[in-house]
Design a protein around this ligand. Sequence first.
Ligand code: MN
Ligand code: MN
Length: 289
Amino acid sequence: MFYKPDMMDALADYDAARYVIFGVPFDATSSYRPGSRWAPDAMRKASANFETYNEFFDIDFEDLLIHDAGNLEPYSSVDETLEELHLAVKPIARDGKIPIMLGGEHSLTYPCVKACAEEADEDIGFVVMDAHFDLREEYGGIRNSHACVSRHVRDDITDTYVTIGVRSGPKEEWVYAKENGLKYYTSDDVREMGIKQVIAEVKEYLGCKKIYLSLDMDALDPAYAPGLGTPEPFGLTDIDVREIIRALAPISVGFDVVEIAPEYDNGISALLGTKLLREFIAAHAASER
Ligand code: MN
Ligand code: MN
């Protein structure tokens, strides 16, 4: 028998599935250290560690309809990869399923948000957890760099945008964020206000809008997730991020976990990313009971 690293408990076929997991092993625009191409399979492997039962939500993954579609074969160029990804996510969103991407780098989020926004009956917002603003128009001559994803989502798809955990960016990005009245919470804001207060404000800002939720793992402090493309100290805790996901999963039409680079640690970043992904699914499924 050959070993095929399926995501544990992703046993439904596509037609029956409510949640469609897929990996995109692509990290070509990584600016500091690449390696997120290895994350999708590392996360599938890590998933074998977890029990199927989630006590907090009283959800058993064995009762959920989850499909693992495997990995999208990336192109060498970022633009072609994003185009192909957009085409792949459109039907998932159109079929009323929840697409869940295992990155790969953060640029991959853009076509997922776009596909979900195009297929939604109403305007959707974008909530991202990230150490970085990702508000540059281009980076290193590449428009679709991982460092630009939030800028393009805001410019092209939705003004309803919140970023949580931000603590790094050139001065121009901070000025841009302030001048444009962007809704952002630094990791220090989270520590000072408390995550519950931050979530309450975010929910009030979103009103009854649905969102696409994106987790750039570097939102977390490198103490929790050291296996990253661009680690940044003084970050969010694992519990902060879990709280955000638990609170926002029920209003999400799509989700991703990006920027884990498993070669730089002993496996804990992929483990945590996978657990957070399972919290997303459990929280979403509990809201539909
Ligand atoms: Mn990012
Ligand atoms: Mn980041």
